[in-house]
Design a protein around this ligand. Sequence first.
Ligand SMILES: Nc1nc2c(ncn2[C@@H]2O[C@@H]3COP(=O)(O)O[C@H]4[C@@H](O)[C@H](n5cnc6c(=O)[nH]c(N)nc65)O[C@@H]4COP(=O)(O)O[C@H]3[C@H]2O)c(=O)[nH]1
Length: 743
Amino acid sequence: MLSDMKLPEGFRSRFNRQMLYPLSAVLLIMFVAIGLFLFWLGHQNDQRAQHQEAAIITSSLTYSLAELASQQRSVAAWEPVAQKLAEQPVDITWLNENVGAWLYNMFKHQQVFILSPDNRMVFASINGMGSNDPRLMPPEIVPLLAELRARAEKANLKTVSDQNLRRTRAPSLTDVAIVEGNPVVFAASQIHGPKLPREPTYTLVSIRLLNDGFLSSLSQRGLIRGLHFTLKASSKPAEISIPVYAKHTDQVGYMTWQPDRPGSRMLSYVGPAAALFGVVMVAVIMVIVRTLWHSALNLNQSMIELRASEAQAQHLAFHDVLTGLPNRALLEDRLSHSLALTARNGGFTALLVLDLDRFKNVNDTLGHSAGDGLIKEVASRLSALVRKTDTVARIGGDEFVVVQTDVHDLSDVQALCQRIHAAIERPFMLAGNDTFIGVSIGVALAPADAMERSELMRKADIALYVAKYEGRGHFRYFEQSMDDSVQTRQEIATDLRNALMNNTGLEVHFQPQVDMSGQHVIGLEALLRWQHPTRGTISPDEFIPVAEENGVIIPLGEWVLRQACRASHTWPALFIAVNVSPVQFRSSDFANRIKTIVTEEKADPSHIELEITESVLLNDDDEARLTLMALRDAGFKIALDDFGTGYSSLSYLSRFPVDKIKIDRSFIRNLGVGENSGAIVESVVRLGRAMGLTVTAEGVETEGQMAALTEAGCDEMQGYLFSRAIPEDQLPALMAKSDAHHT
Ligand SMILES: Nc1nc2c(ncn2[C@@H]2O[C@@H]3COP(=O)(O)O[C@H]4[C@@H](O)[C@H](n5cnc6c(=O)[nH]c(N)nc65)O[C@@H]4COP(=O)(O)O[C@H]3[C@H]2O)c(=O)[nH]1
């Protein structure tokens, strides 16, 4: 579970810093911006609506004033009014019926006054009720008329005789005013009769109270809510006021109303929806953040795992799995560094290539897990011997390499080699037993031998090869002569492989083996000869070890066996001896392969003698015995070649099924020269006889040697005294001689 997962250090603060805070900030800014925009939009709409309403109110008022004037003028210009006013006393009833009540009933002129030219009130009508009581006329009226009179003076209508023209030119006045403390609209017109201009000019004044019906009708007409007149600007939040100015005078008050607020209305609808949208958005964002959190945590976890597996892969790429030591790749890197250091600082880099002796034995006899245990223990012993700056690497099954860096004294290299020998020669506890192995070491030095990595490796390998070749458990420094011989050997190996593949240059010669009399050929030893295309004849002593090193000896030995089988058909009375290399003998399924070849060549195994050397019997006791028994059971004869040169333990003879021993020619050479050689030959012959074995002497070159051997009781002889190894086509002549002697 993610929630159970331990949060990696700093993950939460990193997530907050990189994800949560920026996202929250963006959201906040977005919400505030949307909110501000909505408010601004609402406010703008409200403002526009208010301006429109104010414009409607202003124009309605202007229009209503004009209407008031035209309503009034319809009466003022009516001729009978002027005529009635010319009569004395003034007919109040008539005036009221035709002026006061009429204007009230038709147009709601609440107060109507007619003033004489000297501003005396001659008629008053209040709400349609006529009177001539001068007290009814408010005192503010007369000052309001000053402008009208001035305009009349200016128009100078008294000189205009045309009645209609006078009527249309007659000035009128409309305005807003405060009368007896009430806001009013008033209109004033001059009344012109037919006899004018000689007649005096009366003035008709109409008043409508603003708050008593006038504004409510204005309000209805313009769809303005709660429109009324106030002396002061309203401070109520739901109301606004605009100032009202009387013409040519000061401000008289305010038109106050409840403005339409479409923006606020819109906000009241949109606001909750926007808030709901905001809440939903926040919820969605929270879900997204939560998902992101989990994804980021997962990703982080995956990254950690990836990094761990990358580190592991990196480690695997540069280390040996079994021992954890650097592998070849890392070795090359470290060696390059060491060489660079040597180039810069001087001194040496020593490259030690190690090969464990008898490791294969441990693997074969104790099993692979014991082999693995041994390798691990070797790795840890080696690692304990070197400095921190040195490198111990494993580059193959039982091959290790040590890079000794920054060496200033060659004795340090020698000391390390000795320490390695001492450490590896200590017993290893494997499968409950003390096991002993050894190590061969080849050393190459930079800059003396090479400064190039692969060249240094190659030279250390050559030194190792020589160390092993000379007998295990040694260390050898590289020398140039080693390189030459190794190169020669490599060329020989290649050429030998080609010769075998193309069947060119190789030939089997046969050397006779004779009986005790020295007269009769009883067998032939097949000996390989190689005519190299450029190097000429190469001795088997030179090319056989090369063939053994690289395994070519196996097909080569089988090829010789086939030639021997074919010769046995020609010489059925003789046995044909064939050399078997230890490498060939130990190759898998050796006995069966030999039997198959002999069967294929239709030869008689009892005519074939296999010559093995003592070294074959040294190791793998049981396996060697089983192989020998299988071969003997198949009818082959077994001869122990070069007897006396190797470990010379006669105990082999009792443990292994052998038919013949061949005393090495080094003993024969010394017969009659060395003091002991005669005695040795005699005792070997005696022992062989006692064990029922045939004893053959090799390398008989002189009559004296032959006499001594005959004396000692040797069964068979072989040597230049009788014949060298000769090509098969020369055998008939040799055999003819033998037969001649024989007969
Ligand atoms: N000085 C002297 N030498 C004598 C005398 N009589 C015989 N020899 C030499 O002694 C060697 C006898 O063979 P080897 O001991 O098996 O020693 C052989 C054998 O170990 C190996 N070899 C030769 N042919 C084969 C082969 O087909 N297979 C294997 N595995 N090894 C072979 O090469 C070795 C050397 O072979 P070669 O040079 O042919 O040398 C032969 C032979 O020519 C003598 O009177 N005086």
